[in-house]
Every structure is written in structure tokens, then in C-alpha cells.
Design a protein around this ligand. Sequence first.
Ligand code: AMP
Length: 192
Amino acid sequence: MINLVLFGPPGSGKGTQSLKLQEKYQLMHISTGDLFRKHMRENTDLGKEAKSYIEKGDLVPDAVTIGMMNDKIEHSPEAKGFIFDGFPRTAAQAEALDRFLNEKGTPVSKMIALNVDDDELVKRLLNRGKDSGRADDQDESIIRNRIEVYNEKTLPVASFYEKQGKYVAVQGVGTIDEIFARLCAEVDAING
Ligand code: AMP
């Protein structure tokens, strides 16, 4: 069983690459951002709570996010492994994920980070905002806040996996296929 954490700032290509990895390696893709947006569309209590944070580009509180993730994993017994996209984003989330997966005997195999510089991220997100309909992709100050939150709260999660010898980073700039090839080389190295 392979469990991947795909890591990187907003706009680094995690979603795009997750879809390709999911297909190639037959893993289940879980994006906490997608799950929150689904809850918001369906106007659930969780969706209502998440909305106020997402609109500002802030993180949804850990308890809500961790509960939603554990629930999703529990309800996916058929999965042959997972790609975690946009999770964990805080040290508390990383610890919770480790506890949860270790109890199941299927720990995180590797965290792969996509490196992209800030100006390129802002450009990509504003571009995506033109047709994604995502309000948080349409306002440069919200985008900048998301990048700031990432640098402050999420970046430290990399060292959590680095200490376990599970962290690698690849260049997140180039064509989609070039970046995918870099990721595949890292995934293929897991069992080899
Ligand atoms: P994303 O689609 O990954 O860019 O996430 C969109 C928004 O959802 C983020 O800006 C956060 O407000 C929220 N979100 C997604 N994943 C998490 C997480 N792991 N922890 C807290 N908030 C999250």
C-alpha cells in the first residue's frame, strides 16, 4: 500500500498532478479543499463552518479538518492507498494523520513537495480563478494571504516528514508531463 502526501503551496499543481497519479497508481485521491467545497455546495453544517475561513484564505480549524479526513479514510475501505492533497497543512494535522494511519498499519510512504516561486503561484491562481469559479482564486489579497498562511503554518509540516526520512521535493515548474515524470520517479523509488 502506498500513501502519498502531495505537498506544496496553493497553485503548485497538486490537484492536477494528483489526478494523473491517481490514474497511474490506482490510488484514491483525497483533497480536503475539494471536500470542503462539496460541503459548501451542499450547505451542510460543516460547509457553513468552513466557508467563513475559506473565503478569507485562512485555514479551517484542525478539529473540523481532521474529523472530516478520518471520516473519509474510514469510509474508503476499498482504497489501495491514498494521495493526500492539501492535507496535512498544520503540525497537528500531520500528527493526527500519522496516528490514524499507523493504527491501521499503513503509514505515510512519502511526502513529495512541488516547488514553485510565489510570483508564479499568484499568476497561476489568478488565471485559474477566471474559469474555476473559486472566489478565493479571484482576489490577489486573498491569494497572498493563502501563500502567507502556507509559509507560516504549513511549511513546518515538511520537517515533520523530513525527520522521518520521508520528504523529497521536485521542481514544480515545466510542462504538466515533465512535472508528472519527476513525481513518478519519486513514487517508483518507494518500493525500489
Ligand atoms: P485548496 O483547494 O487545497 O487550495 O483549499 C482551499 C481552502 O480550503 C484553503 O484555503 C483552506 O481555507 C481550506 N483547507 C483546505 N485544506 C485544508 C486543511 N488541510 N486544513 C485547513 N484548511 C484547509
